[in-house]
Design a binder for this molecule. Structure first.
Ligand code: NAI
Ligand code: BGC
Length: 273
Protein backbone atom coordinates (compact mmCIF):
# COMPACT_ATOMS: atom_id res chain seq x y z
CA UNK A 1 0.00 0.00 0.00
CA UNK A 2 1.61 3.25 -1.11
CA UNK A 3 -0.82 5.70 0.47
CA UNK A 4 0.68 8.04 3.00
CA UNK A 5 -0.75 11.32 4.17
CA UNK A 6 0.23 14.90 3.40
CA UNK A 7 0.63 17.69 5.94
CA UNK A 8 -3.07 18.46 5.47
CA UNK A 9 -3.85 14.82 6.32
CA UNK A 10 -5.15 14.07 2.83
CA UNK A 11 -3.84 11.17 0.78
CA UNK A 12 -0.46 11.59 -0.90
CA UNK A 13 -0.04 11.58 -4.68
CA UNK A 14 3.72 12.11 -4.47
CA UNK A 15 5.65 11.05 -7.56
CA UNK A 16 2.56 11.08 -9.80
CA UNK A 17 1.60 13.19 -12.80
CA UNK A 18 -1.97 14.37 -13.41
CA UNK A 19 -3.60 15.75 -16.54
CA UNK A 20 -6.73 17.88 -16.04
CA UNK A 21 -8.87 19.06 -18.96
CA UNK A 22 -10.71 22.37 -18.72
CA UNK A 23 -8.33 23.20 -15.89
CA UNK A 24 -8.22 26.98 -16.14
CA UNK A 25 -11.48 27.67 -14.30
CA UNK A 26 -14.04 26.39 -11.83
CA UNK A 27 -13.88 22.75 -10.75
CA UNK A 28 -10.97 21.96 -13.10
CA UNK A 29 -8.77 24.72 -11.64
CA UNK A 30 -9.60 23.74 -8.05
CA UNK A 31 -8.89 20.10 -8.89
CA UNK A 32 -5.55 20.85 -10.55
CA UNK A 33 -4.43 22.82 -7.49
CA UNK A 34 -5.73 20.22 -5.02
CA UNK A 35 -3.93 17.40 -6.88
CA UNK A 36 -0.73 19.46 -6.72
CA UNK A 37 -1.17 20.06 -2.97
CA UNK A 38 -1.40 16.28 -2.64
CA UNK A 39 1.97 15.97 -4.39
CA UNK A 40 1.31 15.51 -8.13
CA UNK A 41 2.81 17.46 -11.04
CA UNK A 42 0.08 18.80 -13.31
CA UNK A 43 -0.67 19.32 -17.00
CA UNK A 44 -3.40 21.97 -17.08
CA UNK A 45 -5.38 21.92 -20.31
CA UNK A 46 -7.28 25.08 -21.21
CA UNK A 47 -9.49 25.91 -24.14
CA UNK A 48 -9.37 29.71 -24.12
CA UNK A 49 -7.97 32.33 -21.76
CA UNK A 50 -4.26 31.66 -21.42
CA UNK A 51 -4.03 34.21 -18.60
CA UNK A 52 -6.37 32.21 -16.35
CA UNK A 53 -4.42 29.03 -17.10
CA UNK A 54 -1.14 30.78 -16.27
CA UNK A 55 -2.64 31.85 -12.93
CA UNK A 56 -3.48 28.22 -12.12
CA UNK A 57 0.07 27.26 -13.12
CA UNK A 58 1.39 29.88 -10.68
CA UNK A 59 -0.76 28.50 -7.86
CA UNK A 60 0.47 24.98 -8.56
CA UNK A 61 4.10 26.10 -8.62
CA UNK A 62 3.54 27.86 -5.28
CA UNK A 63 2.82 24.41 -3.80
CA UNK A 64 6.28 23.28 -4.94
CA UNK A 65 4.99 21.10 -7.78
CA UNK A 66 5.66 21.39 -11.51
CA UNK A 67 2.95 22.65 -13.86
CA UNK A 68 2.57 22.95 -17.61
CA UNK A 69 -0.33 24.65 -19.37
CA UNK A 70 -1.49 23.45 -22.76
CA UNK A 71 -4.20 24.85 -25.03
CA UNK A 72 -6.45 22.30 -26.70
CA UNK A 73 -9.99 21.41 -27.66
CA UNK A 74 -11.00 18.07 -26.12
CA UNK A 75 -13.36 17.38 -29.01
CA UNK A 76 -10.40 17.35 -31.43
CA UNK A 77 -8.57 14.03 -31.69
CA UNK A 78 -5.29 15.69 -32.67
CA UNK A 79 -5.53 18.24 -29.84
CA UNK A 80 -6.09 15.47 -27.30
CA UNK A 81 -3.04 13.58 -28.59
CA UNK A 82 -1.07 16.84 -28.34
CA UNK A 83 -2.08 17.27 -24.68
CA UNK A 84 -0.81 13.82 -23.75
CA UNK A 85 2.36 14.25 -25.82
CA UNK A 86 3.10 17.55 -24.11
CA UNK A 87 2.47 15.97 -20.73
CA UNK A 88 4.78 13.06 -21.51
CA UNK A 89 7.55 15.30 -22.84
CA UNK A 90 7.44 17.88 -20.04
CA UNK A 91 6.34 15.95 -16.95
CA UNK A 92 6.18 12.27 -17.82
CA UNK A 93 3.28 9.96 -18.69
CA UNK A 94 0.20 10.83 -16.65
CA UNK A 95 -0.82 8.51 -13.80
CA UNK A 96 -4.05 10.43 -13.22
CA UNK A 97 -6.40 11.83 -15.88
CA UNK A 98 -9.35 14.05 -14.98
CA UNK A 99 -11.76 14.50 -17.89
CA UNK A 100 -13.40 17.66 -16.64
CA UNK A 101 -13.99 19.96 -19.63
CA UNK A 102 -17.64 20.62 -20.31
CA UNK A 103 -20.20 23.21 -21.27
CA UNK A 104 -23.89 23.96 -21.57
CA UNK A 105 -25.80 25.38 -24.55
CA UNK A 106 -29.33 25.61 -23.16
CA UNK A 107 -32.43 25.77 -25.31
CA UNK A 108 -36.07 24.71 -25.32
CA UNK A 109 -36.13 21.32 -27.05
CA UNK A 110 -38.19 22.30 -30.11
CA UNK A 111 -35.96 25.32 -30.72
CA UNK A 112 -32.64 23.57 -30.18
CA UNK A 113 -30.23 24.11 -33.07
CA UNK A 114 -28.33 21.08 -34.28
CA UNK A 115 -25.15 23.06 -33.66
CA UNK A 116 -26.04 23.42 -29.95
CA UNK A 117 -26.76 19.71 -29.67
CA UNK A 118 -23.54 18.85 -31.48
CA UNK A 119 -21.29 21.25 -29.55
CA UNK A 120 -22.39 19.86 -26.20
CA UNK A 121 -22.14 16.21 -27.24
CA UNK A 122 -18.79 16.80 -28.97
CA UNK A 123 -17.26 18.50 -25.95
CA UNK A 124 -18.83 16.65 -23.02
CA UNK A 125 -19.12 13.12 -24.42
CA UNK A 126 -16.83 12.72 -27.44
CA UNK A 127 -14.20 14.74 -25.57
CA UNK A 128 -14.47 12.36 -22.61
CA UNK A 129 -14.09 9.39 -24.97
CA UNK A 130 -11.01 10.84 -26.68
CA UNK A 131 -9.33 11.76 -23.39
CA UNK A 132 -10.02 8.40 -21.75
CA UNK A 133 -8.90 6.43 -24.81
CA UNK A 134 -5.60 8.28 -24.94
CA UNK A 135 -5.16 7.80 -21.19
CA UNK A 136 -5.64 4.02 -21.44
CA UNK A 137 -3.15 3.81 -24.33
CA UNK A 138 -0.49 5.80 -22.46
CA UNK A 139 -0.97 4.03 -19.11
CA UNK A 140 -0.23 0.72 -20.83
CA UNK A 141 2.83 2.13 -22.57
CA UNK A 142 4.32 3.19 -19.22
CA UNK A 143 3.51 0.16 -17.11
CA UNK A 144 2.82 -0.22 -13.40
CA UNK A 145 4.86 1.76 -10.89
CA UNK A 146 4.04 0.07 -7.58
CA UNK A 147 6.21 2.58 -5.70
CA UNK A 148 3.77 5.40 -6.56
CA UNK A 149 0.38 3.71 -6.92
CA UNK A 150 -1.32 0.32 -6.79
CA UNK A 151 -3.10 1.12 -10.09
CA UNK A 152 -1.60 1.36 -13.56
CA UNK A 153 -3.60 4.57 -13.97
CA UNK A 154 -6.69 6.37 -12.75
CA UNK A 155 -9.36 8.12 -14.80
CA UNK A 156 -12.06 10.35 -13.31
CA UNK A 157 -14.83 11.83 -15.41
CA UNK A 158 -16.62 14.96 -14.27
CA UNK A 159 -20.21 13.92 -14.86
CA UNK A 160 -23.17 15.59 -13.10
CA UNK A 161 -26.29 14.87 -11.09
CA UNK A 162 -27.84 15.22 -14.56
CA UNK A 163 -26.52 11.80 -15.49
CA UNK A 164 -29.53 10.74 -13.39
CA UNK A 165 -31.83 13.80 -13.11
CA UNK A 166 -33.55 14.73 -16.40
CA UNK A 167 -33.22 18.43 -17.21
CA UNK A 168 -35.81 20.26 -19.30
CA UNK A 169 -34.32 22.97 -21.48
CA UNK A 170 -30.93 21.22 -21.37
CA UNK A 171 -31.62 17.94 -23.19
CA UNK A 172 -28.25 18.10 -24.93
CA UNK A 173 -26.41 18.49 -21.62
CA UNK A 174 -28.37 15.79 -19.76
CA UNK A 175 -27.91 13.40 -22.69
CA UNK A 176 -24.15 14.03 -22.65
CA UNK A 177 -23.92 13.31 -18.93
CA UNK A 178 -26.15 10.24 -19.22
CA UNK A 179 -23.72 9.11 -21.91
CA UNK A 180 -20.77 9.62 -19.57
CA UNK A 181 -22.42 7.32 -17.04
CA UNK A 182 -22.42 4.37 -19.46
CA UNK A 183 -19.09 5.37 -20.99
CA UNK A 184 -17.47 5.31 -17.55
CA UNK A 185 -19.02 2.00 -16.47
CA UNK A 186 -18.28 0.24 -19.76
CA UNK A 187 -14.65 1.38 -19.81
CA UNK A 188 -14.31 0.33 -16.16
CA UNK A 189 -15.69 -3.11 -16.95
CA UNK A 190 -13.23 -3.46 -19.84
CA UNK A 191 -9.98 -2.09 -18.41
CA UNK A 192 -10.18 -3.18 -14.78
CA UNK A 193 -8.09 -6.25 -15.63
CA UNK A 194 -5.31 -3.88 -16.73
CA UNK A 195 -5.35 -2.35 -13.22
CA UNK A 196 -6.76 0.90 -14.57
CA UNK A 197 -9.33 2.42 -12.21
CA UNK A 198 -12.17 4.39 -13.79
CA UNK A 199 -14.72 6.45 -11.86
CA UNK A 200 -16.80 9.64 -12.03
CA UNK A 201 -17.76 12.47 -9.78
CA UNK A 202 -21.36 13.59 -10.18
CA UNK A 203 -21.53 17.12 -8.76
CA UNK A 204 -24.70 18.98 -7.90
CA UNK A 205 -24.87 22.78 -8.13
CA UNK A 206 -21.35 24.11 -7.69
CA UNK A 207 -20.66 27.85 -7.86
CA UNK A 208 -18.73 28.29 -11.13
CA UNK A 209 -19.08 30.18 -14.41
CA UNK A 210 -21.26 27.44 -15.91
CA UNK A 211 -24.22 28.40 -13.70
CA UNK A 212 -23.34 32.00 -12.78
CA UNK A 213 -26.37 33.39 -14.60
CA UNK A 214 -28.74 30.81 -13.09
CA UNK A 215 -27.41 31.55 -9.59
CA UNK A 216 -27.80 35.27 -10.15
CA UNK A 217 -31.40 34.80 -11.26
CA UNK A 218 -32.44 32.29 -8.61
CA UNK A 219 -29.97 31.13 -5.95
CA UNK A 220 -32.85 30.47 -3.51
CA UNK A 221 -34.62 28.23 -6.04
CA UNK A 222 -31.39 26.29 -6.53
CA UNK A 223 -30.84 25.98 -2.76
CA UNK A 224 -34.39 24.61 -2.44
CA UNK A 225 -33.23 21.66 -4.57
CA UNK A 226 -30.40 20.84 -2.14
CA UNK A 227 -31.38 19.04 1.07
CA UNK A 228 -28.03 19.95 2.64
CA UNK A 229 -28.94 23.59 2.06
CA UNK A 230 -25.90 25.10 0.40
CA UNK A 231 -24.60 25.56 -3.11
CA UNK A 232 -21.29 23.71 -3.45
CA UNK A 233 -17.81 25.11 -3.84
CA UNK A 234 -15.29 23.82 -6.44
CA UNK A 235 -13.21 22.59 -3.47
CA UNK A 236 -16.02 20.19 -2.53
CA UNK A 237 -15.49 18.39 -5.82
CA UNK A 238 -11.70 18.76 -5.93
CA UNK A 239 -11.39 16.99 -2.57
CA UNK A 240 -13.59 14.13 -3.76
CA UNK A 241 -11.43 13.74 -6.88
CA UNK A 242 -8.18 13.71 -4.89
CA UNK A 243 -9.58 10.87 -2.80
CA UNK A 244 -10.90 8.96 -5.82
CA UNK A 245 -7.51 8.94 -7.57
CA UNK A 246 -5.56 8.04 -4.44
CA UNK A 247 -4.75 4.53 -3.26
CA UNK A 248 -7.17 5.17 -0.37
CA UNK A 249 -9.85 4.50 -3.02
CA UNK A 250 -8.00 1.59 -4.63
CA UNK A 251 -11.04 -0.69 -4.44
CA UNK A 252 -13.43 1.94 -5.86
CA UNK A 253 -13.94 1.15 -9.54
CA UNK A 254 -16.80 1.91 -11.92
CA UNK A 255 -18.46 4.19 -9.37
CA UNK A 256 -20.15 7.58 -9.77
CA UNK A 257 -19.53 9.53 -6.58
CA UNK A 258 -22.43 11.96 -6.15
CA UNK A 259 -21.17 15.10 -4.41
CA UNK A 260 -24.34 17.14 -4.48
CA UNK A 261 -25.59 18.01 -1.01
CA UNK A 262 -28.36 15.50 -1.68
CA UNK A 263 -29.68 17.08 -4.88
CA UNK A 264 -30.28 13.63 -6.38
CA UNK A 265 -32.59 12.65 -3.49
CA UNK A 266 -35.76 14.04 -5.13
CA UNK A 267 -36.11 16.91 -2.61
CA UNK A 268 -39.37 17.93 -4.36
CA UNK A 269 -40.91 15.09 -2.35
CA UNK A 270 -40.12 16.72 0.99
CA UNK A 271 -43.60 17.19 2.49
CA UNK A 272 -45.26 16.11 -0.80
CA UNK A 273 -46.06 12.96 -2.72
P1 NAI B 1 -16.43 26.15 -16.04
O1 NAI B 1 -17.18 26.77 -17.13
O2 NAI B 1 -15.66 27.02 -15.11
O3 NAI B 1 -15.43 25.05 -16.57
C1 NAI B 1 -15.57 24.37 -17.79
C2 NAI B 1 -14.20 24.33 -18.43
O4 NAI B 1 -14.24 23.52 -19.61
C3 NAI B 1 -13.74 25.73 -18.86
O5 NAI B 1 -12.42 25.95 -18.42
C4 NAI B 1 -13.82 25.67 -20.38
O6 NAI B 1 -12.88 26.50 -21.04
C5 NAI B 1 -13.51 24.20 -20.61
N1 NAI B 1 -13.92 23.76 -21.93
C6 NAI B 1 -15.09 23.99 -22.58
N2 NAI B 1 -15.05 23.46 -23.80
C7 NAI B 1 -13.83 22.88 -23.94
C8 NAI B 1 -13.18 22.17 -24.98
N3 NAI B 1 -13.80 21.95 -26.16
N4 NAI B 1 -11.93 21.72 -24.78
C9 NAI B 1 -11.29 21.94 -23.60
N5 NAI B 1 -11.85 22.60 -22.57
C10 NAI B 1 -13.10 23.07 -22.76
O7 NAI B 1 -17.52 25.29 -15.22
P2 NAI B 1 -17.33 24.08 -14.21
O8 NAI B 1 -18.56 24.04 -13.41
O9 NAI B 1 -16.04 24.14 -13.52
O10 NAI B 1 -17.39 22.84 -15.21
C11 NAI B 1 -16.46 21.77 -15.17
C12 NAI B 1 -17.19 20.46 -15.37
O11 NAI B 1 -18.04 20.24 -14.25
C13 NAI B 1 -18.08 20.39 -16.60
O12 NAI B 1 -17.92 19.13 -17.23
C14 NAI B 1 -19.48 20.50 -16.03
O13 NAI B 1 -20.43 19.87 -16.84
C15 NAI B 1 -19.29 19.79 -14.72
N6 NAI B 1 -20.30 20.07 -13.71
C16 NAI B 1 -20.44 21.31 -13.18
C17 NAI B 1 -21.39 21.53 -12.20
C18 NAI B 1 -21.61 22.87 -11.59
O14 NAI B 1 -22.66 23.05 -10.94
N7 NAI B 1 -20.71 23.84 -11.72
C19 NAI B 1 -22.24 20.45 -11.70
C20 NAI B 1 -22.02 19.19 -12.36
C21 NAI B 1 -21.06 19.01 -13.31
C1 BGC C 1 -24.83 22.08 -14.35
C2 BGC C 1 -25.06 23.30 -13.49
C3 BGC C 1 -26.16 23.02 -12.48
C4 BGC C 1 -25.92 21.72 -11.73
C5 BGC C 1 -27.11 21.33 -10.87
C6 BGC C 1 -24.56 20.90 -13.48
O1 BGC C 1 -24.30 19.76 -14.23
O2 BGC C 1 -23.73 22.33 -15.22
O3 BGC C 1 -25.43 24.40 -14.30
O4 BGC C 1 -26.21 24.09 -11.54
O5 BGC C 1 -25.68 20.67 -12.65
O6 BGC C 1 -28.33 21.38 -11.55
Amino acid sequence: MTTSTTASNGPSLAGQVALVTGGSSGIGAATAIALARAGADILVNYYSGEEAAAKVRGEIEATGRRAVICQGDVSSESDVVKLFETCEAELGIADIVVSNAGLQRDSAFAEMELSDWQRVIDTNLTGAFLVAREAVRRFQKRGLRPDVSRALGKIVFNSSVHQRIPWAGRTNYAASKGGISMLMQSIAQEVGKLKIRVNSVAPGAIATAINAEAREKGADEIRALIPYGRIGDPQDIARAIVWLVSDDADYVHGHALFADGGMALYPGFIGNG
